[in-house]
Design a protein around this ligand. Structure first.
Ligand SMILES: Nc1nc2c(c(=O)[nH]1)N[C@@H](CN(C=O)c1ccc(C(=O)N[C@@H](CCC(=O)O)C(=O)O)cc1)CN2
Length: 299
């Protein structure tokens, strides 16, 4: 019988732990955890994610600050805002929502965030710590950190002897995901658009993680019987059955057919997505504990 992971439920359990940790920090030190979220432009999906982040930060008992900047914001204006947020002692986390409008370069902005406030885990210092196996010293990118919660709950802490295949090589997800799996002793392959015979590479995976951005690309005959399948894709496809011009969300995995082969699978929506925001809250409270000189909790 296939287990379909309930990402909302797992995320809620992480959020409960974050709330408790932020309350403890406040009780013991008087420090209130603070998160600043920055959004530039008018992308509706990004606005929805940022609103959810700001709302969740409040629910966790944080000081929650949202900066909504117009589409025509310049590189210098955005850089100046990040500088101000870096200097604000009441803020422990800074997140700049991606993607930025096309005229802005995201990389210099991300690298200008202080590594200890980079709750997205994208600064080279944090990415480097993950790459070198120092998982407790920095901040881990939120979506892979969330996907690893599912992997740990399914397979335990030690993935020795298991083959993992990550499809996708982005800095936001594919690379850190592969490094986290490797740090847990899995044998890891990173596959991508130039990989030869992708279906047969995937068929070797005990843990198959799809992050390609191609709707329902992973088919049942790509999945090893009994595998764990983690779907990181969020794709909007036309849903004429819901009415003209309507859309529905699907992942990178053809869910119904793959669920018949996999032992454990994540759905879209309701799988990895909710974990992204939960792990952002976790990273923010971890950053606040470290700033207070206290041992940070693990989530
Ligand atoms: N600075 C960042 N930008 C972006 C990140 C990120 O981690 N940091 N990730 C994505 C978007 N994202 C968070 O920002 C995000 C994506 C999806 C979800 C989510 O809960 N998805 C739901 C479905 C929601 C819907 O109806 O659209 C689900 O999968 O169940 C949360 C956060 C890109 N940018």
């Amino acid at each position: 019988m296939t287990t379909v992971i309930d990402g909302k439920q797992v995320a809620a359990s992480v959020i409960d732990a974050v709330k408790a940790a932020s309350q403890t920090l406040q009780d013991e030190t008087g420090i209130k955890t603070g998160l600043a979220v920055v959004i530039v432009g008018n992308d509706p999906a990004s606005h929805a994610y940022v609103s959810a982040k700001s709302r969740m930060a409040k629910e966790c008992g944080f000081t929650s600050v949202q900066h909504t900047l117009p589409e025509e914001t310049t590189q210098e204006e955005l850089a100046a805002l990040v500088q101000t947020l870096n200097e604000d002692e009441s803020l422990h986390g800074i997140l700049v929502q991606l993607p930025l409008p096309k005229h802005l370069k995201s990389e210099p902005i991300i690298q200008s965030i202080l590594p200890e406030k980079d709750v997205d885990g994208l600064h080279v210092v944090n990415a480097g710590k993950v790459a070198t196996g120092d998982l407790d010293g920095g901040l881990v990118s939120c979506t892979p950190a969330g996907a690893m919660v599912f992997v740990r709950r399914t397979h335990g802490e030690d993935l020795s002897g298991l083959n993992a295949v990550v499809i996708g090589r982005s800095n936001l997800f594919g690379k850190p995901m592969a490094q986290l799996l490797l740090a847990a002793n899995a044998t890891v392959t990173i596959a991508h658009s130039r990989t030869k015979d992708l279906p047969s590479v995937c068929r070797g995976a005990d843990i198959l993680v799809a992050a390609v951005g191609r709707p329902q690309m992973v088919k049942a005959d790509w999945v090893k019987p009994g595998a764990t399948v983690i779907d990181v894709g969020i794709n909007r496809i036309a849903a004429p059955e819901k009415g003209e011009g309507k859309f529905r969300l699907v992942g990178d995995v053809a869910f119904a057919e793959c669920a018949e082969v996999a032992e454990v699978i994540t759905p879209v929506p309701g799988g990895v997505g909710p974990m992204t925001i939960a792990m952002l809250m976790a990273n923010t409270v971890i950053a606040a504990y470290r700033k207070a000189g206290k041992k940070a909790p693990k989530f």
